[in-house]
Design a protein around this ligand. Structure first.
Ligand code: NAI
Length: 508
């Protein structure tokens, strides 16, 4: 499918944060862009703002002066919707309200040509519902940019029940031409990103509720062990708890109370208190010049154990063994359950049971579990949990072993699945269900999470890297421990695993 040609006119309705950004993207791509806002002066202000952004880019040498002047000439505001009559594509970025959006598109239908594509940037309203009362709902499609639109590559191209596939394809091709990474999605609550990302916040909030560690420690583990750019608590503080909590409650309600999406009482209390995050100076953290930055927990230095044995397993243990050997630690291979063994202590990658449960099942008191690492070769930190009856000597041996391999060792309380593994397993499970339910393709969900929320790896790519069997075991054990439907395994994961128990992969 061909993108809209550069000579076609784009109209952007609503010149707030998103509308201005989208107008900037379209004008940079070579289109004439018309900007409309009901608030007098708003569109002019937005154009001035975009002009200032281009001036900064020119000053930094990232945009040519001529290119910037031409783009600025292509961008102008219109005083009434009638000014959008010649547009080939209208992108709506007004207030997030179904009735207001419906009224706007009804008015637009009378203004624009019959082949004009209508797009909504809604992040949470059903595209099907927005289009329902149109004479031609087939030409309405979601074109969901992420904030800030000029910097974030993802565009979710969202098809409602009535959307014509060729319209979705034109918008997809156009977004691609604009340098974006589009993905197709069906109009379902949260589309892809706002649905699949829920566990990133939801599991962190559960871990905090269960007192596994403080927020600074959990954030450090998610960053340093999980490779996420920001920890969940600092990210929620940045997004604002009012916004994040409202997305969670709306996705939860839209899925008729599915426990996967249950909001957290902790976040509800922050909203009740008005501790909305950075913007109010207090959220999980305190902000301001006098606010002390909390430090993540780290174990004091311990001696390196004398003799270390291991039983290999692709991915988890093998990568750690390679790092330990590279650090000069002598390691002997043995036949045993995959893990590391030293000073009487057995150290395993978490399988979704607490260390205490595993110690009981194995009848081995000195049991320790470690959390999933995004990259075992370079991670600066590792998170460990010890069984309740594990001896201090055994704990020190394990801590000393990881420290000798260059890790900062952080202790989490003995919560099942720890932090990174539990989060990644739930992200992958949600991604698998989105694919299973036809919301998007496996490739799309991985692109969406990398380009829309900057995850270091797509959840299904992560599933393949971790091993589908391991992830399904983690989820199954979490479901057994909590007795909650929240941790139920996606039927698609079970099916793929049954078809190929050893080598099941999501991506071919
Ligand atoms: P905003 O509040 O910054 O801007 C909305 C603008 O629309 C305002 O300038 C307002 O005067 C104008 N407006 C309101 N009703 C109008 C109407 N009937 N006709 C013309 N202009 C009208 O909002 P923001 O953040 O730019 O969001 C806009 C849309 O984009 C919403 O649907 C939102 O859900 C969606 N969105 C927002 C994201 C974000 O992070 N802020 C991310 C992705 C989508």
């Amino acid at each position: 499918m061909h993108p809209l040609p550069p000579e076609s006119i784009i109209a952007v309705i609503g010149s707030g944060a998103m509308g201005a950004g989208i107008a900037q993207v379209a004008a940079t791509a070579g289109h004439q862009v018309l900007l409309f806002d009901t608030r007098p002066g708003a569109a002019d202000e937005a154009i001035a703002q975009v002009g200032a952004t281009w001036a900064r880019l020119v000053a930094k040498g990232r945009m040519g002066a001529v290119e910037s002047d031409l783009a600025r000439e292509r961008l102008r505001c219109i005083d009434t919707l009638h000014g959008a009559a010649g547009a080939a594509l209208v992108i709506e970025a007004i207030v997030e309200n179904l009735e207001v959006k419906r009224a706007l598109f009804a008015e637009l239908e009378d203004v624009v040509a019959s082949d004009c594509v209508l797009a909504t940037n809604t992040s949470s309203i059903s595209v099907t519902a927005i289009g329902a009362e149109l004479a031609h709902p087939e030409r309405l499609v979601g074109m969901h940019f992420f904030n800030p639109a000029p910097l974030m590559a993802l565009v979710e191209v969202v098809s409602g029940l009535a959307t014509d596939q060729t319209i979705a394809d034109v918008v997809y091709a156009t977004a691609e031409k604009w340098g974006k990474s589009p993905v197709h999605a069906k109009s379902t609550p949260g589309f892809i990103v706002n649905r699949v990302a829920r566990p990133f916040y939801g599991e962190a909030l559960r871990l905090l509720l269960e007192q596994s560690a403080d927020v600074a420690t959990l954030d450090a583990v998610m960053r340093d062990c999980g490779g996420f750019r920001m920890g969940p608590f600092e990210l929620m503080d940045l997004i604002g708890h009012d916004v994040n909590f409202s997305v969670t409650t709306s996705v939860f309600a839209a899925y008729f109370g599915d426990p996967r999406f249950t909001p957290s009482v902790l976040q509800q209390e922050l909203v009740n208190a008005g501790f909305l995050g950075r913007k109010t100076g207090r959220g999980f953290y305190r902000y301001g010049d006098d606010a002390a930055k909390p430090v993540a927990q780290a174990e004091a230095p311990c001696d390196q154990p004398a003799a270390v044995k291991y039983a290999g397993a692709p991915g988890s243990v093998d990568a750690l063994v390679a790092r330990m050997q590279a650090a000069g630690i002598a390691m002997t291979a043995i036949e045993a359950a995959p893990g590391l063994y030293c000073g009487g202590v057995a150290i395993y990658l978490t399988d979704g049971r607490s260390a205490t449960e595993r110690a009981q099942a194995d009848n081995h008191r000195d049991t320790i579990v470690f959390d999933l690492l995004f990259d075992a070769a370079s991670a600066p930190r590792i998170a460990l949990a010890r069984a309740d009856r594990c001896s201090d000597d055994a704990w020190r041996a394990a801590v000393g072993l990881f420290q000798a391999a260059g890790f900062i060792v952080t202790r989490l309380d003995d919560v099942p699945g720890l932090a990174v593994m539990r989060t990644v397993a739930m992200l992958a499970n949600e991604a698998a269900d989105a694919v299973h339910q036809g919301v998007c393709s496996a490739r799309a969900v991985d692109i969406a999470m990398q380009k829309g929320v900057n995850y270091p790896r797509g959840p299904l790519g992560w599933l393949d890297a971790t091993g589908m069997g391991q992830v399904v075991t983690v989820l199954t054990n979490l479901a057994a421990t909590y007795g909650e439907d929240r941790y139920r395994v996606s039927p698609l994961l079970r099916r793929k695993l049954a078809a190929d128990p050893q080598g099941a992969r999501f991506h071919d």
